[in-house]
Structures are given as structure tokens and as C-alpha cells.
Design a protein around this ligand. Structure first.
Ligand code: TSJ
Length: 685
């Protein structure tokens, strides 16, 4: 080709962009909606790098009516001077040279270069047009690129400069870079940017870059035309902006990933109010983490490398988990929370209910895995682990955090107990056939219906009341399980004893969903598990024992709201003639019922369920239309945990004090202080 006015360098540059055009998938993965968003992230990443280097604190992303999109920062502005080797401006190099992104010199470190990081030139190559404006040292500079089909050459020309970079005005003290481009519909199967996708990622980037303010504006729609369910920022702005303004949202988090962790835990019960946060550096790797334990069981670790999510995990996650386990075991030993003879906790014990955000930054990242979102650099593991150990030690050394760390260990103790019990349950099951295959004919009066969602299991105190309940029930959907005497107080026994206990085994077997770690809600035979015990001290104790067992060994059952307490009436107010009959469930109600029945009333006080006739038990306690059921849900698992330890465990003083305080068993039971109780049928607790 005879175009000698181009230098040799320029020709290779153009060939570079042609290659992108020819095989876009090689550079951006796909030409679908993912690829479309990818070329936006390439641009955003450059602005994020400028922020990470401390030169900018504001980024604006705008989606226009015509489908184009722009990114603007208030950074130093892309260098405008002529590049000594290529004899073109820095701006031109950025947009026409493959892989020019970021690495200008050794003083600006750029960590992009993972999933993204192919550079802004790729965005240019795959755009119909791209405009850039730089404000720098008082001058405004502009340049434009375009892609078009060259009829003469019979080929596509991609990302070609329309003209060299030129000064177009003065900007005063303003500084920054503005890049505006139109994705090429000849390349992408769709050129519609998805507001929810862009919004979600920008919010994530705002969390990952503490203090950075990112605004997203979508001119395609007005403020009241889009409501993102989990975008509380937008919900707040809706009223202000109304129908006349374009949709716009600003994300800015001064707490960074600590705010991220708090956001992830919104609406959950927490072991401690604020996430623990640390930022450190080891062997050239920046490590930042935030952790907060919830009352739930699942572990939620959100990890990032160079701001890119790594849902498949990798070596940084191994380092994080290792560091967490090592430090917390050391802490427990040092504080004598683990005795000399005790085995170490397992990592999983410390991660029950853990929400964590881990963000690391390193060079030369290697992504692996099915979706290339797993960090494959083994050298990342050890520095992350030491940073996590160091960070947690530093945090634990602060007086204000002592209780938090003690509570984390306490929670781990609970988790370890369940873990050990589950293992022993398996062993026991292996030894004595299987727990599920236990036949309990004669004890359990099973219902005939086969729909768990309709079925109810009454766990009834005593054989006598159990017999009455069997007469009273509707066989179709109500099962009766009488308990002889008190079940085992699981808190005070060794765990293998718990699972060897006949009453406990009967309950496990009746529910059909297993126990401990193997507990599986999907297999549950009854969606209502109703504890029916007398309204006296023994009944109260039995109720506590059962709730403790469910809490410890079948917590999902409690969390899902399947556990109920049946409330038998305390009094019957009636006329001997039989013309009136009312039941009262507490003393206040007794007065009301006395007034209702009027002169000549008699009162019967029920001492136990066994004193009732089948008809009375049905109408007052078992009939879904008339009974007084209370649902048990753990509002604060940590608090309930503490209460259980006090009430059922070894803290004798606490227990005495508690029992004295709650002498009125009619109104109080162990869980009522800590547990959220709501009436059957209510939708709101
Ligand atoms: F993607 C992109 F290149 F088009 C782009 C770059 C897009 C956007 C919105 C912003 C940027 C960008 C680049 N913002 N800030 C910078 N900074 C530099 O390129 C820069 C400026 C000065 C110096 C220096 O050493 O003086 C070094 C660099 C890398």
C-alpha cells in the first residue's frame, strides 16, 4: 500500500486495531451484551486507576438517548504531549495502541490487566465513533476517532483519528478526562446498555474504592421510570427528581468495603454492630478486608482482585480463610477460651454466619476456572494470610473490640458443638442402623395426610395429655407425639448422649429431616411443629429444653418459622347451668371473661393439659380456628445463644436469677425475652 505519509509505527498501530475488529472475541470475550459492557468497563477502569492513584475522586457515567455512553473523571487528564518514539500525542497512543492502557511510567501503578485491561484502544476499535476531551494545565484538548467501511480498500477501518489532538479552548483550573463513544452495531449483537448492569457494577466499584463518588445518569429514561429494588439511593432521590429529570444515582462510600459488608448484612441480625475493617500490604500485594458475623449459618465471602469479582475463589481466598482460622484459634488459646486439652476450632466454625469482603490488588494476575474468575496466582496466598493475621491481631488488641472477638469465639463454640454432634450422629446412625429408619410405632400417632405443608406435629407433655390429644385431633393432618417425662437437657449432656436419647431420637425421626449439619428442611414432614406443655414450671422447663434442642441442632427449622408454642388456657369461666363457657389464657383475660359471663360464674383452673377433655383440648388448643399458637423465630441468634448458655448450661447464678425474674411462667418463658413471637396467621412479626 502506498500511503507513505504514515510512519511505520502508525501502520502497525492500525493493524493492531484491525485485529481487534477481526476477532473481537479475543479481546472482549464476546460480541453480545457482555462484550458491549466490557468496552465500557475498559474506559471506566482507566478512571478508576486514576482514582486509585489518588488523583481523582469523582467519576460520571452517562448513557445518552442515542445509545452512546460517556465516562468523565476529575483526574490529571490523559497526557497530551507528543510521545517521543511514536511522534503522536499521548491521547492518540492511548486510543490507537493495543495494551497502552495505564503503563506510562513506573510512578503510576496500574493494576488493571486482569479480565479487563486490554485498554481503551479496544473500545475505540469497536466503536462507531469516540470523542475525547482533556482538561489539563488550563487548556482544553479534543480529539475524535471513527470506524468506517473503506470502499476503495474494501475493508473496515477501525478507530482512525479524524484529526490530530488539538487545543479547543481554556478550562481554567478544571482538570480531567471525558470519553464519549458509540458502540458499533456492526460489531455487537446488541448495543443497548443495561441500566441495572451498569448501576450494579458502579455501585460495587464505589464500595471497592473508598470515598470515590460515582454518578450514573441515564438520559434514556426519567427519574421515576426505573426503580431498582435494592437501590435505596435511588428510592431516596425519586421524589426530588420526579418525571422531568433523567434517572441519576450517586454512589459514594466513605467506609469502603466495610460499608459493603454492612450493606450485605442489612436486615440480618448481627453479632456486632459495625464490620471489622483492615487494610495492609505485604510483598507488593495490597490486602483489604471487612468482616461481620450474622446470626445466620451461611458463609458469604465476596472476593475481588484488582476490583474484579472472583466468585470462583482462588489463592487469595485460601489465604484469607487460613489467616482467619489461625488468628482466631491463637486468640482463643491465649485467652484460655480453648483449654489445653481442647482441639483447635475448624475454619468452618469461625465462618458460620460470616459475611466478608476481601479485596486485593496485585500485578500479573492469572485468572483461571470455568468463568476465568478464580485467582490462579499461588504467590498471593501467603501474603494475604499474613495480612489477615496481622490485621485481626491489630483489631483484637483494641479495647473496644475485645467483646467482639470473644463473641466470635463463643459463636464458634456453638458451631463446633453442632459439628461434633452431627459427626457423632452419623456414627451413631451407622452403628444402630439409621436414625431415619427408626420405627416408633405406638409412640407417634401419625397423620394420614402426605402433604408436609399442611401437616402439624404436636409434641405433647406426658402420656395422659398425649392420649387426650390423640382423641381430639383431626387424623388427616395432625400427628401427636407424647413425651414421657422430660426430654434430655441437651445443653448439659455430652453430645453423643443427646443423640442416643430416646425422646430426642423420636423427635428427629418424626420430623424426618435429619439433624445438625445434615439437617435438610426439604425433607421436613411437618410445617408446623407445635410444642404443647403444661403452663407450670415443669412445662416451662420442657419447652425450654425442646427449643434449645431445635436451636442447637435444627436451627433452620426455627429460622424458617416452623416451630410454635401451643397455649392451653389457664382458666375456664362458666355457669353451672351450662349457659356460658369461656376460656382465659392469662390473668388479665380471666377478669375480662368473668365480666363477660356475669353473675353466678364459676372458675376452673387447669393444672395441666391432662385435666382437659378431648373436646376442651380440641376447642381451646388444637382447632386452627380457635387455638392460640405462637410462632417462635430467633430474632437475634447470638442473644438467644447467650440466653441458652445461661439458662440451660453451666452458668448456675445466671440461671437462678433468670428463673426468679421469670417466676410467672404463664407470661414468660425462656425464649420470650430473646425470641420474636408472633401469633399464628399474622403476616408481620
Ligand atoms: F480510557 C481512557 F483512556 F480513555 C480514559 C482514561 C478514560 C477516562 C474516563 C479517564 C482516563 C484517565 C487517564 N483519567 N486519568 C488519566 N490519567 C492519565 O492517563 C495520566 C495522567 C498523568 C500522568 C502523569 O504521569 O503525569 C500519568 C497518567 C497515566
Amino acid at each position: 500500500m502506498e500511503q507513505q505519509h504514515y510512519g511505520a509505527d502508525d501502520i502497525t498501530i492500525l493493524e493492531g486495531l484491525d485485529a481487534v475488529r477481526l476477532r473481537p472475541g479475543m479481546y472482549i470475550g464476546s460480541t453480545g451484551t457482555r462484550g458491549l459492557h466490557h468496552i465500557l468497563w475498559e474506559i471506566v477502569d482507566n478512571a478508576i486507576d486514576e482514582a486509585a492513584n489518588g488523583f481523582c475522586d469523582k467519576i460520571d457515567v452517562r448513557i445518552y438517548k442515542d445509545g452512546s455512553v460517556s465516562v468523565e473523571d476529575n483526574g490529571r487528564g490523559i497526557p497530551t504531549d507528543i510521545h517521543p518514539k511514536t511522534h503522536v500525542s499521548g491521547v492518540q497512543v492511548v486510543f490507537t495502541q493495543l495494551h497502552a492502557g495505564g503503563k506510562f511510567d513506573e510512578h503510576n501503578y496500574s493494576f488493571s490487566g486482569g479480565l479487563h485491561g486490554v485498554g481503551a484502544s479496544v473500545t475505540n476499535a469497536l466503536s462507531k465513533w469516540l470523542k475525547v476531551r482533556v482538561n489539563k494545565d488550563g487548556d482544553t484538548w479534543e480529539m475524535e476517532f471513527h470506524s468506517y467501511f473503506d470502499e476503495e480498500k474494501n475493508k473496515y477501518e477501525s478507530g482512525v483519528p479524524v484529526a490530530p489532538l488539538k487545543k479547543t479552548g481554556k478550562c481554567g483550573k478544571a482538570h480531567g478526562t471525558f470519553v464519549h463513544f458509540m458502540p458499533d452495531d456492526a460489531v455487537f449483537s446488541t448495543v443497548q446498555y443495561q441500566l441495572s448492569t451498569v448501576s450494579h457494577r458502579l455501585k460495587e466499584l464505589a464500595f471497592l474504592n473508598k470515598g470515590l463518588s460515582i454518578t450514573l445518569t441515564d438520559e434514556r429514561i426519567t427519574a421515576n421510570e426505573y426503580v431498582d429494588e435494592d437501590d435505596e439511593d435511588h428510592a431516596q432521590q425519586l421524589d426530588l427528581l420526579g418525571a422531568t429529570q433523567p434517572y441519576s444515582v450517586t454512589f459514594c462510600y466513605t467506609g469502603g468495603i466495610a460499608d459493603f459488608a454492612a450493606y450485605l448484612n442489612e436486615g440480618k441480625s448481627k453479632l456486632y454492630a459495625q464490620p471489622l475493617y483492615y487494610k495492609g500490604e505485604r510483598d507488593g500485594i495490597l490486602v483489604e478486608f471487612a468482616i461481620q458475623h450474622t446470626g445466620e449459618f451461611t458463609e458469604n465471602l465476596f472476593s475481588f482482585v484488582n476490583n474484579i469479582p472472583t466468585p470462583e475463589g482462588g489463592y487469595h481466598e485460601m489465604g484469607f480463610r487460613g489467616g482467619l482460622t489461625r488468628m482466631l484459634n491463637d486468640y482463643a488459646r491465649d485467652g484460655k477460651l480453648l483449654k489445653e486439652k481442647d482441639a483447635n476450632f475448624l475454619g468452618e466454625d469461625f465462618r458460620e454466619g460470616l459475611t466478608a469482603v476481601l479485596s486485593i490488588k496485585m500485578k500479573n494476575v492469572q485468572f483461571e476456572g470455568q468463568t476465568k474468575t478464580k485467582l490462579g496466582n499461588p504467590e498471593a496466598r501467603s501474603p494475604v494470610e499474613s495480612c489477615v493475621v496481622e490485621g485481626l491481631r491489630e483489631l483484637a488488641a483494641q479495647a473496644k473490640n475485645k467483646k467482639i472477638f470473644d463473641d466470635i469465639i463463643k459463636k464458634a463454640q456453638g458451631a463446633a458443638r453442632v459439628r461434633i454432634a452431627a459427626r457423632q450422629a452419623k456414627d451413631t446412625a451407622r452403628a444402630k442402623n439409621s436414625i431415619d429408619s427408626l420405627t416408633l410405632v405406638g409412640k407417634l400417632a401419625a397423620c394420614s395426610g402426605k402433604k408436609p405443608e399442611l401437616n402439624e406435629l404436636f409434641i405433647v407433655e406426658g402420656d395422659s395429655a398425649g392420649g387426650t390429644a390423640k382423641q381430639a385431633r383431626v387424623r388427616q393432618y395432625q400427628s401427636i407425639l407424647p413425651l414421657r417425662g422430660k426430654p434430655l437437657n441437651v445443653e448439659k449432656k455430652r453430645l453423643d448422649q443427646v443423640l442416643a436419647n430416646e425422646e430426642i431420637r423420636t423427635i428427629i425421626s418424626a420430623l424426618g429431616a435429619g439433624v445438625g449439619n445434615d439437617f435438610n428442611l426439604d425433607k421436613l414432614n411437618y410445617h408446623k411443629v407445635i410444642i404443647l406443655s403444661d403452663a407450670d414450671q415443669d412445662g416451662f422447663h420442657i419447652r425450654c429444653i425442646l427449643l434449645t434442642f431445635f436451636f442447637r441442632y435444627m436451627r433452620p427449622l426455627v429460622n424458617a418459622g416452623h416451630v410454635y408454642i401451643g397455649m392451653p388456657p389457664l382458666y375456664k369461666v362458666y355457669k353451672p347451668s351450662g349457659s356460658a363457657e369461656e376460656y382465659a389464657y392469662d390473668d388479665k383475660e380471666l377478669q375480662e371473661k368473668i365480666e363477660k359471663v356475669g353473675r353466678g360464674y364459676l372458675i376452673q383452673r387447669y393444672k395441666g393439659l391432662g385435666e382437659m377433655s378431648a373436646e376442651q383440648l380440641w376447642s381451646t388448643t388444637m382447632d386452627p380456628m380457635r387455638r392460640n399458637l405462637t410462632q417462635v423465630t430467633i430474632e437475634d441468634a447470638a442473644a438467644a445463644e447467650d440466653m441458652i448458655t445461661t439458662l440451660m448450661g453451666d452458668r448456675v447464678e445466671g440461671r437462678k436469677e433468670f428463673l426468679n425474674r421469670n417466676a410467672n411462667f404463664n407470661k414468660q418463658d425462656a425464649f420470650m425475652d430473646r425470641v420474636k413471637l408472633k401469633k399464628e396467621g399474622d403476616n408481620e412479626g
